[in-house]
Design a binder for this molecule. Sequence first.
Ligand SMILES: [Fe+2]
Length: 437
Amino acid sequence: METFALSLNASFPPSTLHSSFRATKTTKPNLTAAKPPRAAASDGGSSGDEEARAQQKGKKPLHEIIFKPLDNLISTFNSSHLPSYLDPEHVLSGSFSPAEELPPTPCQVVEGSLPSCLDGAYLQNGPNPQFTPRGPYHLVDGDGMIHAVKIAGGEATFCSRFVETNKYMAERDLGYPVYPNMFGAFTSKITASLLLTAARILTGQFNPFSNGVGTANTSLALIAGELFALVETDIPYQITVTENGDVATVGRRDFDSPESFQIMTAHPKFDPDTGETFSFRYFPIPPFLKLFRIDSDGKKHKSVPIYSMKNCSFVHDFAVTKRFAVFPDTQIAIEPIEILRGKSTMRVDLQKIPKLGVIPRYAADESEMYWIDAEAAIARWRDGCMGRTATEASRFSWRGRGRRRRTMDIWWPVKLPRRVPQGFHSIFVKQTELLKM
Ligand SMILES: [Fe+2]
């Protein structure tokens, strides 16, 4: 048994519990072997239909004959002279090395006994590629995996499950990756990757417009009483925690949106007083920003387009008060056109004056929105932090947090059955909330 420990301290709020995951040993599993394919592909049907028809005739489908060797060729070419932050060997090393799924497994309480009032599930989301990546791979490209510790009746149960996104299921059925790594593949030597992706879409191998491309690998949130895994390149995937501690994917949810709804932030804000969830999406085509809300019944309302944001920047998160929503317009610029020059779509623009945008949270339009220059607040990003060295930045930031972390008293150490890879965001969901799902 490997020696990862989850230590629980009742004096800390649940959101801080993730800092007590400790690694003392890491191993790197072979992720190349795929699970057995299911009977039909889940991504829009066209790829699965094509495959089934081809198998009936004893022929290989088009993507096996043309796209797969072409993909191998491009990946091999793109793999030469990779910078460390796009090299899978480097990115997926140490505490970032991925893990395989693990069904619910009892954990040993090493010392003391878990109190009965500690009742619910602690879940962490993070990228964990289903297959060993080929070619350039960025830290944020991996398939979402949920690691859950269910605590009930003084016992703890650990479980790791992939979020079964359309991407994950389609690739699992095929036995190899077909979706582009959104950050890695489009960051270097782009043209061939872009053309191959376009060919896959045009031949129906996957449909990003109706099924999304997201990995659901960033965060977890309660929206209208249901639990979701989120990434900001797609809409949320509903998940659930079963009574025995397993994690299951319910499906991709558009919240009965009255308009086209393809992406949203991974950091929506829940108002416990009204049951509403406020959210937004940012996008590299105007309007660069849209604000919207999902009501307590889980219904999404029409969004408010914000045209006064003049360029697309890395917004990522926002704040909501009783009356307002507050957005950062940062110095991290997003420029997809840079893909064609083989450069990152993100860069730091130190000439830009960062701003905070304030808008009434129930605004019908942006007429009451105003922007405040905020040089001191947001200009502290290090040059290249997100544009070129996200992996390093992530590690730097964790080391930084470690220096500031206060000492914790460990009350009830629990030994997990295996190591847990580094993740992004986490949540504690009380049993009373799980029972309502
Ligand atoms: Fe985040």
